[in-house]
Write a new protein. Sequence first.
Length: 364
Amino acid sequence: MAHFLQRLYRGETRINFIGSRYRWYAASGLLVLICVLSFIFRGFNEGVEFKGGSTFQIPVSGTSISTDDASRAFTDAGAPPAEAPQSVGSGSTKQIVVNTKSLTAQEQDDVVDSVAKQLGVDKTTISPQTFSSRWGHDTTISALQGLIIFLIAVSIYISLRFEWRMAVGGMLALLHDLVIAGGVYSLVGFEVTPSTIVGLLTILGFSLYDTVVVYDKVAENAKDILAGSRMTFSEAANLAVNQTLMRSINTSLIALLPVGGLLFVGAGLLGVGTIKDLALILFVGLASGAYSSLFLATPIVVDLTERDPQYKALTKRVEAKRSSEAKRAEEAALTGVSVAPKRTGAPAPAPRVGARPERRKRSR
């Protein structure tokens, strides 16, 4: 294990990522299928900002008011909660958040008066707010427009910096990350809020950053590869993934640790519900981005590249050369005669023990 970790740290591992790519394709395809089915049959738990309605924030620090008390108070006020009230925050910042149907300004005032009287709190501390479903629609459209522009710009950059095959691999890996992140949200049932949209757009940059790092190493290893018969393109790509593996692990861990703290400590233990929407989408997206850059983006590039006749010919040359070398080595092993390498500058065979040195003839 210690030896493996040392090789991993130095980028000297020889894990066959490319050779096992169809396993990764199958695993990713299964995950994407589950996510798509969840989109169809479960849908998303849209927050009040997207489906429209009114929300009330009631500070309950230093009181014994529970979410059940708040639910009864709103029901008695004629504005039953659209969903179970949530308790967020802790200590002096503890609040109960109640979402109801969309109310007019006068209806909000009436509800605040009734709830404050029943719960025994100052009505000026209750913060009502109303959202139109149109606001959520406009936000979604703006996010989609930004996403499309971003994808087009990045595709052009990768195509110019590397080649179009790498742009295709990067975009497919990015769409995979978006579907996985959205599918987890659908399966878990967290509310889709503006924080979710912000987190979804944030993970795009991380996913592409990790992918471009691997692509840069692939391009370096494959430089002038068609001019020789040293290795195939898939071998050069697999070497690149192994060489950047430790960097990808370090980058992912550095990004996931603080986000995991927000999700499991902030939202889970401390109950800060306002950050759980952002933390979950970031955590899932970052993990999926690290996976796709290693197991999807580069293998897709290999599949697209090795369809090219030039790279097919390269593969045949490499296989023929290795077959010839293996045959010569086998013949040498049977005859006991070492075969000198054919490259220029090969060392001369060592003299036999006890052999008399050859005398040079004097030139007259």
